[in-house]
Design a binder for this molecule. Structure first.
Ligand SMILES: [Zn+2]
Ligand SMILES: [Zn+2]
Length: 366
């Protein structure tokens, strides 16, 4: 009995020791001072070419890339057909397989691509990193390197011309439209300035980048389609439309909701001056990524939400791994820091701090 107790105590101790509650915002590891200096110089140079830039902006008109637009349309129609097959022709096991694979690969994207690699909110051992990279490949959302670069850029230039999926251009553009048009010149220019030095040093991510096309074909198309055919005699036709196309159409749209719906609909209890909002529906569908006002206010917090346990499967899984020591050095914001933001910068919708008068609080020294 006592051994079990000591073991549990030790595990709790490890979990507590590896968790950092931060009272101030940390400098992001990929934003070293030299990089910031370099970017400022670059921006100055851009300002001196102000006229040139204004002309470029005036001349910018969204140019549709028809190959992508028609491709996405066909892909979505095929995905809908896959979902139709799920209810009519396909085997029940293929349905479970599709949902399970979609769920695990989505989790690898939220936990791996997003919270681990893009924001560095925690560290993970090589087995966890390898697993996350493998299932992120299954998700079919481009290679990690590009995903991380785009997402860092999205945070740095949120809802401006330099944001790849700028939500000020509307729901459709931020959801899928941005993948069907030529990039805005600012997206290209500023994308080159995003610091990716930490990712360039990561051998697993760089291996995936180098062989992405081959890995994608094997792990996102061939294996998901062939396994149901071999294990429970599903037809190749059903398996292709459901386990590959249908799965990707559903999981991609849930992911895109974070860029579209969670930047438009919801409350802003932590920073009222930014577009990202708290959206429970997106959080439910997006494994915890819809608490977006909090996330854009504290992007270095591993929970991506003030309360990690509500509609936040990703946080639950990170906590599970942390208790076993598989992930460590977890960062999260202290309640005091959250309170400061909610009372001073929020729109007053916070369930506790929103109702308080900032003048009556002891926290007004920042
Ligand atoms: Zn966002
Ligand atoms: Zn983010």
């Amino acid at each position: 009995m006592s051994t079990v107790k000591t073991e549990t105590q030790n595990k709790t101790k490890i979990f507590k020791m590896s968790t950092k509650i931060l009272k101030d915002e940390p400098l992001k590891p990929y934003e070293s001072s030299s990089i910031i200096k370099h970017e400022k110089l670059f921006e100055k140079k851009l300002d001196t070419n102000h006229n040139e830039k204004s002309i470029a902006q005036m001349q910018y008109k969204m140019q549709i890339v028809w190959f992508n637009a028609i491709g996405f349309l066909i892909f979505h129609l095929a995905g809908l057909y896959g979902i139709f097959l799920l209810f009519t022709n396909a085997k029940l096991l293929t349905g479970f397989w599709t949902i399970a694979l979609g769920y695990i690969s989505a989790l690898a994207t939220t936990m791996g691509a997003h919270r681990l690699y893009t924001h560095r909110t925690f560290k993970a051992n090589k087995w966890i990193r390898g697993t996350l990279v493998l299932f992120q490949t299954v998700a079919g959302q481009n290679c990690l390197w590009v995903w991380i670069r785009d997402h860092r850029q999205h945070h740095k230039y949120s809802d401006t011309d330099a944001d790849p999926h700028n939500s000020s251009r509307g729901f459709f553009f931020s959801h899928i439209g941005w993948l069907m048009v030529k990039k805005h010149p600012d997206v290209i220019k500023k994308g080159k300035m995003i610091d990716m030095s930490d990712i360039d040093r990561d051998p697993i991510v760089m291996f995936q980048k180098k062989y992405y096309k081959r890995l994608f074909i094997i792990f996102s198309i061939i294996l998901p389609v062939i396994i149901p055919c071999y294990l429970w005699n599903e037809t190749l036709f059903n398996s292709f439309f459901l386990s590959f196309v249908g799965r990707l159409v559903i999981s991609l749209n849930f992911t895109w909701l974070v860029n579209s719906a969670a930047h438009i609909y919801g409350t802003r209890p932590f920073s009222k001056d930014i577009a990202p909002a708290e959206n429970w529906f997106v959080s439910f569908m997006g494994l915890g990524e819809g608490w977006h006002n909090y996330h854009h206010t504290f992007p270095w917090d591993y929970r991506a939400a003030e309360f990690g346990q509500y509609f936040n499967v990703t946080t639950t899984v990170i906590d599970f791994c942390a208790r076993r020591g598989w992930v460590y050095d977890i960062k999260s914001a202290s309640p005091e820091l959250v309170q400061k933001y909610a009372t001073k910068k929020g729109d007053g919708s916070h369930p506790v701090y929103g109702k308080l008068n900032p003048e009556d609080l002891w926290v007004h020294d920042y």
